[in-house]
Structure formats: C-alpha cells, structure tokens
Write a protein that binds this ligand. Structure first.
Ligand code: SDX
Length: 433
C-alpha cells in the first residue's frame, strides 16, 4: 500500500507555557487527523481516548464511512450500488485488490476460490469435541483458529505469494467451515462443497442439502444471501477489524488473526446484535408492547438497549439497514412468507426514529436491525446469524490484514495507558500484614 495522506496544516498546543506543533494530516475523504506520533517524544504526554472515539488507528484505502450522511463506500463504490449490481466474489476481489476485476481477472479469482473450498478432513475431529448444543460461534472461533495448524506455509506473511494463498484459502474455506458449524449444530451430516455453484449458492447447499433428497438452490434466496454477504463484508476500523489488525501487527498466523476477529465480533454490542435484535423483536411480540420497551431503552437505570439501534459512527440510518429493509420485504414477498416480527420492527423503527431521545443521540437502525428477520426467512436459526456475519466479514478482515502488512509504516500495535493504581511501595512479609 502506498501511503497517500498528506499534511494540510499544523496544530499548535501549549503545555506548561511551551508551544508544540503537530502536523494535521488529511486523506482523500473524511475528517483530517492530528498526527500525534511524536507527541510523547516531544512533550512527555500521551493522548487519552478510551474506546478510540477520536482516534484514527491507521491509514486505509479500503472502506470509507460518513456517519453523518449515512454513506458507506468500498474502494469508492457506494454500498447500495454494489449490493444491487455486483456479487459477493466480485466485491471480495474489489476489497482485496482495490479495483473491480475485468472478466478474465474475475474468472481467475473465482476459479482459485472455488478450488480452495474444501477443508482438510482432520478438521472434522475438532468438531467432535463440542457438545451438540454448543453455540455455532463457539465452534467457528475454535475451528477457524485450528486452520492455523493445517496451513503453516501461510505463516511467512512478509512474502506476497504466501499472503495471497492465505487470503484465497480463508475466503474459500470460511463458508465451508460456517456450514459445518450449522450441520454439527443440527445433527446432520456434513455436505461437501460443489464447484459448479456460486459462492452463496454453495454455502446454502452446504447448509440445507441432506443426503436423503436432491437440493436445488432457490435463486431468490441465493441472491438475497449474496447481497447480505456484500453488506456485511467490511466496515472500516470497527472493533473486530481492529482486533484482526492488532493481532496481525505481531506477525501472527492469518487464521489466528481471523479467529481473534471472530471472537470480538461475537459480542452483542457488535456482530452479536443481529441475534439479540431478533430475540428482542420476538420478546416485544406485538406492536402494543413497543412503548414499554422504548421507555426501558430510555431509562438510565435499566441496562436494556434497543438492539439493532445506534452506532459509534452512523448518526443517520446505516445505509446497510436501508438495503436490508428492502431485501427483507423482497424475500418475504417473493417467498410468500408473513412474519409478525416484521410488523413490530417497522413500527418500532417508526416510533423510535421520531422520539427526541433517539434523534438527539443519533440512534437509528443499524445493519443488525432487519438482518435477523430476513435470515430467519432464508431458513437460518437465530444462533447462526453472527456466524453469517463473520463469514461475510472474513473478506474484510483479511483485506485489512493484508493492507496492514503492505503498509510500509506499520509497526506492532502497542497502546499505552493512564495508570491510576498503587504508587511504588515495598513488599510486606505475611507476618507483618
Ligand atoms: C455493529 O463499528 C462498526 O462499524 C460495527 C458494525 C460493523 O459493521 O462492524 O457496524 C456492526 O456492531 C453494529 C452495532 C450493533 N450493536 C447494536 O445494535 C447494539 C445496540 N447498540 C448500542 O449498544 C450502541 O449503540 C453501540 C454499541 C452500537 C454504540 O455505542 P457507543 O458509540 O459507545 O454509544 P454510547 O454507548 O456512548 O451511546 C451514546 C448514548 C448513550 O446515552 P447517553 O449516555 O448519551 O444518555 O446513546 C445511548 C447510550 O445510552 N444509546 C442507546 C442505544 N445505543 C446508544 N440507548 C438505547 N438503545 C440503544 N441501542
């Protein structure tokens, strides 16, 4: 990656009467940043920013978010255009390489991915250690990390070829692994990939085909699945992507880095929100109970939050939520499914986005608000939702991991702290305490 941020000004700060100048850096879009890389050396002071609400951890050229405008771009292309006009593998190529592929470039990429979809048969033994009712995310966390035991040749992340093999293997194998988690969870035999199917179609067949009868991929479900993969593929320096980058900055095995990101994504404040949002909508149950939950969400003494609402960056509706809402209506309509939970979701969105509490705080539906409804319509159980999120986000994680390793300025990530513990003191022997 060629560094392209440039200095556009200087920030001057005064500490104890002494002035210090720090460069103001700007990229191609978005807010500028004050470059504090020399701050401690110059001033003996750190910055303090728990949760990184005002901190850029890196330069990146992959994804751009404008939270105020509700804009999301992958390599400059608008997410709604990509979701409606592209495919998940074409977008994967775009995220990794920076440009949309020509026909021959795409065919080569698709062929490479298709021929890496199988898992080493010994991966199967890792599943046998799980209880049948283990959460599928616990299986995914464990087994994607276990892949590091099978592919040591990807360790040499300083070599382009080794990194490319790791990128292709991970993108190819994560659907097979995710489907395996589902099959183990429901007690059905593992279904091997079929090379004549699309990325989304192959995944659907590996999840829903059974040996007892033929399985045909439903094109409506295949298109919706592919769109959902695109919407979830990358999202700038979110918690799980930052986890992957931090793990990768030490030179850790790429599969171990993806396992770290998977673990972080699982939390209900992050990728686990899709499961939590649908459970919340089911718990609300009927439109007349919405006011009770709105009141709870506003009550500071109640830990309840509207799952699928709010976002660290978006202070307008998450553009992915708009596409997801449209896809939900399309899929339920085309499949002839009615779901009372959708009516609750639509009414909850209408009420919440007109309430001063939510509008003042910029709390709008995010990508997780509708995804549970459409994923249920596609046939997935609730505890598989975050696995699907992780499947799609793996492409973004590995793209960001690769960009970090190609960045000539990258070093091992090592934040500091403001220490407020006990000051220096001598040890006291037990008999004197
Ligand atoms: C994802 O970062 C990403 O890009 C993530 C993601 C991705 O693609 O990688 O977009 C995926 O994680 C989407 C978010 C999914 N999470 C949820 O839907 C869980 C519910 N949302 C919240 O937990 C919360 O909104 C967060 C975690 C998403 C954001 O938290 P922040 O930025 O730390 O915001 P905050 O907690 O400081 O909240 C600001 C205010 C607070 O009130 P005040 O102290 O100002 O009075 O808003 C309130 C919060 O209490 N608030 C909510 C709320 N979310 C925030 N109140 C009720 N319901 C909510 N959902």
């Amino acid at each position: 990656m060629e560094n392209k941020i440039t200095q556009t000004g200087t920030a001057t700060m005064t500490i104890d009467g002494k002035s210090y100048d720090l460069p103001i850096m700007k990229g191609s879009m978005g807010a500028p940043g004050i470059d504090v890389r020399t701050l401690y050396k110059q001033t003996g002071h750190f910055t303090f920013d728990p949760g990184f609400t005002s901190t850029c951890s890196t330069e990146s050229q992959i994804t751009f978010i404008d939270g105020g405008e509700g804009q999301l771009l992958y390599r400059g292309y608008d997410i709604e255009q990509l979701a409606e006009q592209s495919t998940s593998l074409e977008v994967a190529y775009l995220l990794i390489n920076g440009e949309l592929p020509t026909k021959s470039e795409f065919e080569t990429f698709e062929n490479t991915i298709t021929n890496h979809t199988m898992l080493h048969d010994k991966v199967e033994s890792f599943f046998q250690g799980y209880r049948r009712d283990s959460h599928p995310m616990s299986m995914l966390c464990g087994t994607v990390g276990a892949l590091s035991g099978f592919y040591h040749d990807d360790q040499h992340t300083t070599e382009d070829e080794a990194r490319n093999v790791a990128i292709h293997r991970i993108i190819a194998k994560i659907p097979t692994l995710a489907a395996r988690c589902y099959k183990y969870r429901v007690g059905q035999p593992h279904v091997y990939p079929q090379n004549d199917l699309s990325y989304a179609g192959n995944f659907l067949r590996m999840c829903f085909a059974v040996p007892a009868e033929p399985y045909e991929v439903n094109p409506i479900i295949e298109r919706a699945m592919d769109k959902i993969f695109i919407l979830h593929m990358d999202h700038e320096q979110n918690a799980s992507t930052s986890t992957v980058r931090l793990a990768g900055s030490s030179g850790a095995n790429p599969y171990a880095c993806i396992a770290a990101g998977t673990a972080c994504l699982w939390g209900p404040s992050h990728g686990g929100a899709n499961e939590a949002a649908l459970n919340m909508l089911k718990e609300i149950g009927t439109v007349d109970r919405i006011p009770e939950y709105i009141a709870r969400a506003k009550d500071k003494n109640d830990p309840f939050r509207l799952m699928g609402f709010g976002h660290r960056v978006y202070k307008a509706t998450d553009p992915r939520a708009k596409v997801m809402r449209r896809t939900t209506h399309e899929v339920l309509g085309e499949l002839g499914i009615t779901n009372p939970v959708l009516e609750v979701a639509m009414e909850l969105e209408k009420i919440a986005t007109s309430e001063e509490y939510f509008v003042k705080r910029g709390l709008y539906p995010n990508v997780d608000f509708y995804s549970g409804i459409v994923l249920s319509a596609l046939g997935f159980p609730t505890d598989m939702f975050t696995v699907l999120f992780a499947l799609a986000r793996t492409t973004g994680w590995i793209s960001q991991w690769n960009e970090m390793l190609e960045d000539p300025t990258q070093r091992i990530g090592r934040p500091r702290q403001l220490y407020s513990g006990a000051t220096t003191r001598d040890f006291v022997p037990m008999d004197k305490r």
